[in-house]
Design a protein around this ligand. Structure first.
Ligand code: DNO
Length: 358
């Protein structure tokens, strides 16, 4: 029987302090999720580069379970004059991935910024540190100065979508979105998906859109992948099984009105990838990341895993943002220890659910 595959995200040899050798020793983890970290959005990935990346992972006894992410150029998101040539490049990358036997691609359609946090190391009473988000802190920031405001906090690392090169152009990026509202963003997403579906069909590539995190508009930019209504709209507007989702409990879960197990059930057949993590709320707009256990946060992790099991989910799954514990120094959210604990916990839940269902 096919089942879910537990994986870990790996940030590649240049950036990650967590090595493939360490990942391999986490029980139950065989696959990694990675990307070509030195490629810019809009570039074509050559087969050769993809092969090198695969060879490196496979040399350590692991395999590539999927790509997170092949980033979508802002011209595509805004429906700019050059979008077709960027989509052609995206199609070429998908084709090369398919030819190299990689069949899962995670991406997002968030304007300008990827996931957003206001603190990268909020201290918890037990001495661990976690990523945190506070809406008031966001509201107090000038988006054009934002990189400077958080730079001191980052341990020299930065969040995706917040790269210094990008922040230099942040004003231009904001200008590109001046006339883009939710409806236009939906329209541009539809256009993109319709153009890439033929190559996905041909090479059996599952596209898995990552939700916007947090699941509401930040800095006045439109954000659409935020709730059940919108994600079902997206599934219906391009009704092809290769048009699927990354179900990220921690991103959809930022909005307490999202009923996570119910959303999972409504996406049966379209969840190609799962990120499972927990959050703890101090108020509906101030949350911090927690250990994966239900008892440490707000979500019922058993119900989330059960819903995935019940819809027959069989794609890659990964623990997500961990706490920084045991003195580890690593990229915020992406240390080894707490994610390894998370993987083990999620595997335990799954085994119990599976055996209980027999
Ligand atoms: C954060 C991640 C996101 C995700 C992208 C997918 O930790 O979940 O950065 O990789 O949004 O494109």
């Amino acid at each position: 029987m096919k089942t879910m595959e537990m994986t870990l995200r790996w940030y590649g040899p240049q950036f990650d302090t967590v090595t493939l050798q360490k990942i391999r020793q986490i029980p139950g983890v065989k696959g990694v999720i990675t990307t070509l970290y030195d490629s810019a959005p809009g570039e074509v990935w050559s087969r050769e580069r993809i092969r090198e990346m695969k060879a490196e992972v496979e040399a350590s006894g692991l395999y590539i379970a999927g790509i997170e992410s092949v980033n979508v150029h802002e011209e595509i998101k805004t429906g700019g004059a050059n979008r077709d040539s960027y989509i052609d490049n995206y199609i070429a990358t998908l084709k090369h991935l398919g030819q190299e036997d990689i069949h899962l691609v995670c991406y997002n359609f968030m304007p300008v910024f990827d996931w957003t946090r206001t603190e990268l190391a909020r201290k918890r009473p037990d001495g661990s540190t976690v990523l945190a988000y506070n809406q008031e802190a966001v509201d107090a920031l000038n988006p054009e100065k934002i990189f400077e405001s958080i730079a001191g906090d980052t341990n020299g690392t930065i969040m995706p979508g917040w790269e210094p090169e990008r922040m230099e152009h942040v004003k231009e990026l904001f200008d590109m979105y001046k006339d883009i509202d939710d409806e236009k963003l939906f329209k541009n997403l539809k256009y993109f998906l319709e153009r890439i579906m033929p190559v996905c069909d041909k090479y059996n590539i599952n596209m898995a859109i990552h939700p916007d995190d947090p699941a509401w508009s930040v800095f006045g930019l439109p954000r659409i992948i935020i709730n059940k209504k919108n994600i079902l709209r997206m599934m219906q507007m391009v009704d092809n099984p290769h048009n699927g989702v990354t179900f990220c409990s921690g991103s959809y879960g930022t909005n307490l009105e999202n009923d996570l197990p119910d959303m999972i059930r409504s996406l049966k057949g379209r969840i190609h990838f799962a990120h499972v993590r927990n959050l703890r709320f101090n108020s509906p707009t101030d949350f911090e990341e927690a250990a994966h256990l239900s008892s440490d946060g707000t979500f019922d992790m058993y119900e989330i895993m059960k819903a995935l099991y019940e819809i027959g989910f069989e794609g890659p799954i990964r623990p997500d943002h961990g706490r920084m514990i045991w003195g580890e120094v690593a990229m915020p959210g992406y240390g080894l220890y707490d994610r390894a604990l998370g993987a083990t916990y999620l595997n335990g839940l799954w085994e119990a659910i599976e055996k209980g269902a027999r």
